[in-house]
Design a protein around this ligand. Structure first.
Ligand code: BGC
Length: 808
């Protein structure tokens, strides 16, 4: 297999970065091995290695290295091939049974098997295979996959281990002198039954070189230096007071107590806390002083590598905000710094800093962000549970930092708060400083978003204006109309804007684990087409013979003169893995790789990064998202944005705005969230990303927010996003918002076209005749004016000119 130069270059950049995304949960010193030798590899992840999840987040790279290949290439002798072959047989049989099961369920639900099967994950099959291979060293690779359209389940083979997995893992631990459990997963599994295993590594899902990255780590050519961005604990200990996976209405009753904000506040033991991860080596972190410059706190720390291997450490700073009018979680992540590589004995001083005003909380009563008077306790350490108080900053009086307006209504519940909260333990000798609040300027948001006028727009006809508001589509549908594959300019890209006059077309392709394009395509007199079917094999298996034959007959075939070309994109680590590096520069490098491939293939907008919060570990798309923490989410989204947008003509599309935290009934679920929780947890990351990196575009979500579709939510898009966050890019819908995708018994109606356009959602994607017709009717009957359409069209035109180069 010959790679093109850019592919090799991108793999070479990524390879040394990958171990930073892995998290070592437990170690006893038996690993790394130092040199290759005989090794027994077990588990579903050895050959069915997962490089990333399913759905629009899947990337069609030229190849990818499974774990078996990685070890083979690294010079290991794999002695467990009989076990792996026997497992394959069991897996294939289970797969055939699962396809039948999907067909049966589709019949029961009166739907098509392809719809029923979207994102459906085959339960991991049980097995009883002999473990009779002698040897010193064994590794069990446990894999899980999930994706768009379905949530994960608290059942064996998903969040829980199967009986076979438990038995095999524990037996291997007893049988081998050295044993490691490796987790090739996109989110937590309940590890409680196997906690006696002494070496556990979250490999995560790292894209093309997932297998080689593991071999490098096991050999000690590299070392893990990632930290958890979401709490891993027993399933039964995740809070169950908040609803998840409800069909129609999902009440976010936990309010702001999401992830570690909950666990730390109620002082619940967890298996592996937020921010946790060890390394082959050990570190000592010493506090080196606190300074306060007006409202900016600066904290110094010295990190010493006191072990025998090279490594990198992440110093984390959490702040306990005083409770006053508002209740507060025990602590909130305020800042962090990752060291350079430290050799044994080497040390580095790092500076952490944060703005006190960034810790303001949202007071619904005053419709304002306030910083309450009192003592702010600073805690430094290397996980949310391993910190020491390093200083106290007092704020002499309560300040209104930003005065806004309430935009989201009131839910039918009051947010949960803990009855008893973990107490502070602040030593007497702690340095204490007082903030100089005279430097704080109160911001009063003015809700008027003005776009520069564009007189040329007056010359456009109504039809042209409407076309600019709706993505390009092929009349009558056809294969290009398939969700996530609707572009006519680039095969396999998700969609594009309409060609109107001289306005250039904006082409968009999915992510977030790289660029999702067709691998091979051809050009003929009718345009560009993917070569062969773009439907994944598992989906094709759900078609009847006739449907398959029909689909195949619809696939354009290259003629003799057709030019065939390749579009291989690099699969980068999944969003969660990137964030686990706690290294924003790593994310920027990943963005840079994506940006350069966008330039190569003619893509203007990447439909990523995705930064919804890990509200529950059950969300099927969590692997695309970064964290349970909004600061981590915002900073990593911004870093990827910077990487992509450093390429001329390339922009990102942050998604899915907002409160899109489950896949169950994703088109029609109503997230019911308090204004405070929404602003502090679910919108915060988007705000941070906009402030730090000004992404070119944003995608609204399918769900409703407190009874209103986000795509129709004018307060969300115009007031909060544009006026408060000062977002300057374009807003588009998620793919297909029409009633066609709703089931007959949907509780809420689909978004209405004119309301979407009036809300400041500039673009319907991927576009359809229905939206053109609806907007045309709305213009005729006065639901929308020409001026309103012009307002959206101006934004599209500006972005088209900026990204796609030509002038109007
Ligand atoms: C997903 C988006 C994606 C779009 C285009 C939708 O189903 O929710 O994340 O960007 O499809 O493929």
């Amino acid at each position: 297999m010959e790679l093109q130069k850019y592919e090799q270059e991108h793999l070479d950049i990524l390879r040394p970065l990958l171990p930073e995304c892995t998290v070592l949960l437990k170690k006893n010193g038996d690993f790394p091995l130092g040199k290759p030798g005989k090794i027994a590899l077990y588990g579903n992840g050895v050959r069915k290695t997962v490089k990333g999840g399913t759905g629009s987040g899947e990337v069609n790279s030229r190849f990818f290295e499974i774990v078996e290949d990685g070890f083979q290439k690294a010079g290991f002798e794999i002695v467990s091939r009989d076990w792996l072959d026997a497992y394959d047989e069991i897996y294939d049989k289970a797969q055939a049974g699962f396809t039948e099961e999907i067909r049966r369920r589709a019949q029961e639900h009166h739907t098509h098997p392809v719809i029923e099967g979207m994102g459906a994950v085959m339960p991991e099959p049980e097995y009883d295979l002999p473990l009779n291979v002698k040897g010193e060293t064994a590794i069990y690779v446990l894999a899980r996959i999930s994706g768009e359209g379905n949530d994960r389940e608290a059942r064996e083979g998903d969040i829980f281990l199967t009986e076979s997995e438990r038995r095999t893992i524990l037996e291997l631990k007893r049988q081998y002198r050295r044993f490691m459990l490796v987790l090739n997963v996109g989110g937590p599994v309940d590890l409680s039954p196997v906690m006696e295993v002494e070496n556990i590594l979250i490999l995560s899902q790292l894209g093309v070189q997932t297998g080689s990255a593991l071999a490098d780590l096991v050999l000690g050519k590299t070392y893990p230096s990632g930290k958890l961005t979401t709490t891993w604990t027993k399933w039964k200990d995740y809070p169950d007071f908040a609803s998840f996976g409800e069909q129609d209405d999902t009440r976010y009753q936990e309010g702001i107590y999401v992830g570690y904000r909950y666990f730390d506040s109620v002082d619940k033991e967890v298996l592996f806390p937020f921010g946790y991860g060890v390394s082959y080596t050990n570190f000592e972190v010493r506090f080196k002083g606190l300074k306060l410059d007006k409202m900016t706190a600066e904290i110094g720390a010295e990190v010493v590598n006191i072990g025998d291997f090279c490594g990198k450490e992440v110093v984390q700073l959490y702040v306990s905000v005083p409770e006053g009018k508002l209740d507060q979680p025990y602590q909130t992540l305020a800042s962090w710094k990752k060291t350079e590589e430290l050799k044994p004995g080497e040390k580095q001083t790092v500076e952490l800093s944060f703005l006190l005003t960034d810790l303001a909380s949202y007071d619904e009563e005053q419709a304002a962000w306030i910083l309450e008077q009192g003592e702010y306790t600073l805690r430094m350490g290397n996980s949310s549970r391993d910190t020491e108080v390093c200083g106290v900053i007092s704020v002499p009086e309560t300040l209104v930092i930003k005065s806004v307006k309430n935009c989201f209504g009131k839910p039918d519940f009051t947010d949960w708060k803990p009855e008893r909260k973990r107490k502070d333990r602040v030593g007497k000798k702690i340095q204490s400083l007082e903030a100089d609040i005279s430097s704080v300027d109160i911001v009063k948001v003015v809700y008027e978003h003005k776009d520069e006028p564009m007189p040329e727009m007056e010359g456009f006809s109504d039809e042209e204006l409407i076309s600019l508001n709706v993505g390009a589509f092929v009349a009558g549908g056809g294969v290009t109309g398939i969700i996530g594959n609707a572009s006519m300019s680039v095969a396999g890209a998700a969609g594009e804007t309409a060609k109107v006059g001289e306005i250039p077309v904006i082409v968009m392709a999915d992510g977030p684990a790289g660029l999702r394009l067709s691998q091979k395509c051809f050009r003929d007199e009718n345009g560009i087409h993917s070569l062969g079917s773009t439907m994944p094999e598992t989906m094709q298996n759900l078609l009847t013979e006739d449907e398959r034959a029909y689909m195949n007959s619809m696939i354009p075939q290259p003629g003799e003169d057709s030019e065939i070309f390749e579009q291989y994109a690099t699969a980068i680590p999944i969003g969660t893995a990137i964030a686990q590096s706690w290294n924003p520069l790593l994310a920027e490098r990943c963005g840079d790789i994506v940006g350069s491939e966008m330039e190569r293939f003619g893509i203007h907008l990447w439909l990523a990064p995705a930064l919804n919060i890990h509200r529950s570990i059950r969300c099927g798309r969590n692997y695309e998202y970064f964290s349970e923490d909004p600061l981590i989410s915002g900073v990593f989204a911004a870093a990827l944005t910077k990487g992509v947008q450093s390429h001329p003509g390339c922009g990102v599309t942050i998604k899915h705005f907002a409160a899109n935290n489950q896949e169950t009934n994703r088109y029609n679920n109503n997230s019911i969230v308090s204004e405070r929780a929404l602003r502090e947890i679910y919108l915060k990351g988007f705000e941070i990303c906009v402030r730090l990196a000004q992404p070119k575009a944003l995608m609204t979500s399918y769900n409703l927010l407190n009874g209103k579709h986000t795509s129709e939510h004018r307060e969300l898009l115009e007031d909060v996003l544009r006026c408060e966050f000062e977002f300057d890019g374009i807003v588009m819908t998620d793919w297909v918002t029409s009633s066609d995708i709703l089931s007959a018994d949907a509780k809420y109606p689909a978004p209405e076209a004119y309301k979407v356009a009036l809300a400041g959602n500039d673009l319907f994607m991927p576009g359809s005749q229905q939206e053109i017709d609806n907007l045309t009717a709305a213009l005729k009957n006065g639901h929308i004016t020409r001026e309103e359409l012009i307002k959206n069209a101006i934004r599209i035109c500006r972005m088209a000119v900026e990204l796609a180069g030509a002038s109007v």
